[in-house]
Structure formats: structure tokens, C-alpha cells
Design a protein around this ligand. Structure first.
Ligand code: GLU
Length: 305
């Protein structure tokens, strides 16, 4: 592990990054660079990959003025590392096979003492015979963590001490693909990432991830869960909102500089570019409410001098 810490941005290449994703990336970069950390990019391509999306995401991140250190890491190239972590947990008696379908999990009541929405533990106590019967029935098995905690605490730069549920989370899905919660923990540690800046929609998953890191003997990073960008109706920014990607904005006649200026100004009113944002970056002064973005307004504002 490197002595200098690192921050990262870890997009899923399922499509183009929208302005909300770009703003989170800008924040992750500014948090890392302003604290002397390296900044790494990791492509989370275990799932939902759209051909060509990765390259367009990298191009857009570079276009808004972000730079990163070292080669881009792809999760699809790191499968043995996830399996090694699964083997360690299994050797410690901390995993079990789960044959439940999604529907069965939804229908089952939440575990009596577990957090809301937690896996009810149906397969946790299967007898060897029952497990063998399910195995031979050909039902695909996911692998779950045999969690010994139901809650775990993390410290977040914005949210302070955050306590949240831990359950028997999936480590390897029924189709054999390592689960996001496992991969993210293994990769953050392997890449020496000690600062995780990402959208606050991921805050509820964070206690699970920190708990898993602890079980694997890995350091828990510092977290900063930043507010999402919302549309005028208060919903998470999405394609339906119109010109939400850099390519869309360009097609409407806005330059990248104008878009970056709007993103930077939403974080620091005096900043008009990524480098200006970084030059005066002070996490303590950032607005922590969601940025409500009227995409058509952004278009008009940046068109009118
Ligand atoms: N790949 C996830 C996403 O695109 C982000 C995961 C993370 O930052 O931990 O939403």
C-alpha cells in the first residue's frame, strides 16, 4: 500500500455520466487533490456494462478538467482478488450458501431482531441435508456473509457518526459474479484508498462495507457522502430530465467550459473552473443541500452572457 493516501471515483460504465455524476467526480477529485492524496479511477464493470460507455466516461472526466494517477483499474480484471477474499471469509466460517429467490426474500418477514429490509436469514440455518437437496435441484446459490453484527458505525465528513444496518449481505451472486459490496471493499483496500467521496445514496450501504472491511482485516477509509443533484421536481437527476450529459449540453450549443463553470459555481460561487474550485477548496464551506438543477435553466443561463 502506498504511503500517500488516495481518493477515487468509481463509475459503473452503464451509460454516459450525467451532470450529477460529473459533479460528484469533481468533488472526489477536489477532496483528494486538496489533501495531497492521489486520485484514482476504477471502472466498476462487473455488471450493467454498455459498450463504449467506459471510454466516453473517461473522456468526459478529462474534459471537465480532472486528472488521475496511474492506470485505470477495471473490476472485471480483478476477479481472483474477490475470490481470495471470499475464501478467507469461508475459511473463517463466515459465509453460507443462499438459495432464496428475490421473491422469496421479499415475501419473508424481516429477521426478528434484524434491521428493516435485511435478509431474513432463511438459508443461514439450513441443515446439511436440506442444502444438499437444494444443491442438486439445480437452483443457483448466492453466497452470503454470516454477519455477527446487526449494526455498524462509520464516520462521515458530512454526516458525522452514522450508524446503520448490517445484514447477511451477498458476497457472490447466484450467477457467480462478485457482489458490489465485496468488490468495493477489496478494491479500496488494494488501491490504498483512504478517502471515499461518493453520492449520499450510498451512505446506507456504508456500515455494511466498513463491517466487511473489518472482518477482512482491512482498513476502513474516511467517508464523505455528498448530496446528489436533483431535478426541479426533487427527483434524482436522470435521462428524462433532458440535456443531462456533457454530450447533450454540447449538442445544445453549450461549451464544456460553460458546463464546468456551472458545476464549479454550484460548489463555490466564486469558482468558474475545476482548477479554481481546487485552488480554494474547503470541504467545510461547501453547500451540503442537494443542488436543484433545472437543465433547461442551465442551458439558458449559460447561453445568455
Ligand atoms: N459504482 C458505483 C456507482 O457508479 C459507485 C460505487 C462507489 O463509489 O463506491 O454508483
Amino acid at each position: 500500500m502506498s504511503e500517500v493516501g488516495a481518493g477515487r471515483y468509481a463509475p459503473t460504465p452503464s451509460g454516459d455520466l450525467h451532470l450529477g455524476n460529473l459533479r460528484t467526480a469533481l468533488l472526489a477529485w477536489a477532496f483528494a487533490r486538496s489533501t495531497g492524496r492521489r486520485f484514482l479511477l476504477r471502472i466498476e464493470d462487473l455488471d450493467r456494462v454498455r459498450p463504449g460507455a467506459e471510454q466516453r466516461q473517461l473522456d468526459d472526466l478529462a474534459a471537465i478538467g480532472l486528472d488521475w494517477d496511474g492506470p485505470v483499474v477495471r473490476q472485471s480484471e480483478r476477479l481472483p482478488h474477490y475470490e481470495a477474499a471470499i475464501e478467507r471469509l469461508t475459511a473463517a466460517g463466515l459465509t453460507y450458501e443462499c438459495y432464496c429467490t428475490r421473491r422469496e426474500i421479499q415475501q419473508a418477514a424481516t429477521a426478528p431482531h434484524g434491521p428493516m429490509g435485511a435478509y431474513p436469514g432463511t438459508c443461514r440455518t439450513l441443515t446439511a441435508q436440506a442444502r444438499d437437496r437444494l444443491r442438486t435441484s439445480g437452483r443457483p446459490a448466492a453466497l452470503r456473509l454470516r454477519a455477527k453484527a446487526t449494526e455498524f458505525e462509520v464516520v462521515d465528513e458530512l454526516h458525522g457518526i452514522y450508524r446503520g444496518p448490517v445484514d447477511d449481505l451477498v458476497l457472490r451472486r447466484g450467477d457467480g459474479v462478485p457482489a458490489y459490496n465485496l468488490a468495493v471493499v477489496v478494491d479500496d483496500a488494494a488501491q490504498g484508498i483512504d478517502q471515499v467521496v461518493r453520492g449520499d445514496d450510498l451512505l446506507p450501504s456504508t456500515p455494511r462495507q466498513a463491517y466487511l472491511a473489518t472482518l477482512l482485516g482491512l482498513p476502513v477509509p474516511r467517508y464523505a457522502h455528498v448530496p446528489l443533484v436533483l431535478d426541479a421536481n426533487g427527483n434524482r437527476l436522470a435521462k428524462r430530465d433532458g440535456a443531462v450529459t456533457l454530450a447533450d449540453q454540447r449538442a445544445f450549443g453549450n461549451t464544456v467550459e460553460q458546463v464546468v463553470a456551472a458545476l464549479a459555481a454550484s460548489l463555490d460561487r466564486s469558482a468558474t473552473s475545476s482548477s479554481e474550485l481546487l485552488a480554494h477548496f474547503d470541504a467545510g464551506l461547501l453547500p451540503w443541500e442537494p443542488w436543484i438543477l433545472d437543465v433547461s435553466g442551465l442551458l439558458q443561463r449559460s447561453r445568455c452572457p
